[in-house]
Design a protein around this ligand. Structure first.
Ligand code: SF4
Length: 341
């Protein structure tokens, strides 16, 4: 697929006093993209569209270039100490994406140009914990790889972390546009993960993201560039023929990665889940989705802030977990499964 190009770009005036802000302004002007001004990246007004749905779709192809003012990093991550804020929002249209509820009425894509401030803050966190390792997750609120061909912020973050002693970086993507990241000086301190799934799930529920084959080819390139590689299989979904579909996924993955050094390969396994508020949003935004959101077939799991989620019933979840672990054992015997959730 072609890399993402925004249809409309907003700039905060202050962003233009940073080198990346200027560079992006020139780039988008040359590309002939419509540019507007916004006083704040948190309150963008005037995204076109007659209906809410049309505005939502247009927002997903709108880029906002701003200055990150809140420098405190979010720290409630299970697999990293901190979330490093490089961008917020995503152009993908995955029906089940959790950003739909977490970003609410602001689905446009924000990128931040004050990278030096962000890296200085990261360095502070590293220093506080040294000599303990500090891990940063760069894809908590966006699919950063999918946007990075425009900004190269992730590339700079990889090189920044690569130069630290005690920092580590991780992120996950559904996009194949990795070429500019292959020569980044990562020094083995970044784990590059791909979100993968059966062809059925990708084809039915992940419009606007890279194909199954596109992601596998990109994974091979990333492994070839010496990055630590990981796969997040998510959401694991019980569609008709799922056993065959996931078998094919691991088989293809093994074929695509043949000959690569996979001595430090990780898998994360996440079963499909949804909350009641998420279901309402999905039904409004993707009314024709085939995603099965029938609460009566699921188990209710209490969650934080009183919003529980619907996961598969124990026996079905167990079957999913056992099957995935079996396939991984068969095709990637040395790999480490970090968790199933
Ligand atoms: S690629 Fe990831 S962040 Fe983007 S819409 Fe899909 S699930 Fe959400």
């Amino acid at each position: 697929m072609k890399p993402f190009v925004p249809k409309l770009v907003y700039f905060e005036p202050e962003a233009l006093s940073y080198p990346l802000g200027k560079e992006l302004y020139e780039k988008f002007t040359q590309m002939g993209i419509k540019i507007r001004e916004t006083t704040s990246h948190n309150q963008v007004r005037g995204i076109p569209g007659e209906t809410e749905l049309a505005r939502y779709r247009n927002a997903k192809s709108t880029l906002v270039v701003g200055v990150r003012r809140t420098l405190k990093f979010d720290s409630s991550k299970p697999s990293a100490e901190y979330a490093i804020p490089l961008a917020t929002g995503c152009m993908g249209h995955c029906h089940y994406c959790y950003l739909q509820t977490t970003l609410g009425s602001k689905p446009y894509i924000r990128v931040y140009v004050n990278l030096d401030d962000i890296f200085a803050q990261a360095q502070k966190y590293i220093n506080e914990r040294a000599p303990e390792i500090t891990r940063f997750e760069a894809a908590c609120t966006s699919d950063i790889v999918g946007i990075d061909h425009l900004t190269h912020s992730l590339k700079k973050a990889i090189e920044f972390i690569g130069a630290t002693d005690y920092g580590r970086l991780r992120f996950v993507t559904k996009y194949e546009h990795v070429d500019h990241l292959l020569d980044a000086r990562h020094n083995g301190k970044t784990r590059f993960r791909f979100s993968i799934n059966s062809r059925y799930v990708i084809n039915h529920f992940e419009p606007g993201t890279s194909s199954f084959d596109g992601r596998l080819v990109a994974a091979r390139k990333v492994a070839g560039a010496g990055y630590k590689l990981g796969f997040v299989v998510a959401p694991i979904y019980r569609h008709e023929g799922w056993e065959r579909g996931y078998f094919e996924l691991f088989q293809e993955l093994a074929r695509q990665l043949e000959g690569m050094d996979l001595s430090d390969l990780t898998f994360e396994l996440i079963q499909h889940r949804f909350t009641k508020p998420a279901k309402r949003v999905i039904e409004q935004r993707y009314p024709k989705t085939r995603l099965d959101l029938d609460e009566t077939k699921r188990k209710y799991k209490w969650g934080r802030y009183g919003i529980g989620k619907y996961v598969y019933r124990d026996e079905e979840a167990k079957e999913l977990e056992d099957t995935m672990r079996r396939y991984i054992e068969q095709f990637f015997p040395g790999a480490y499964v970090q968790y199933f959730t």
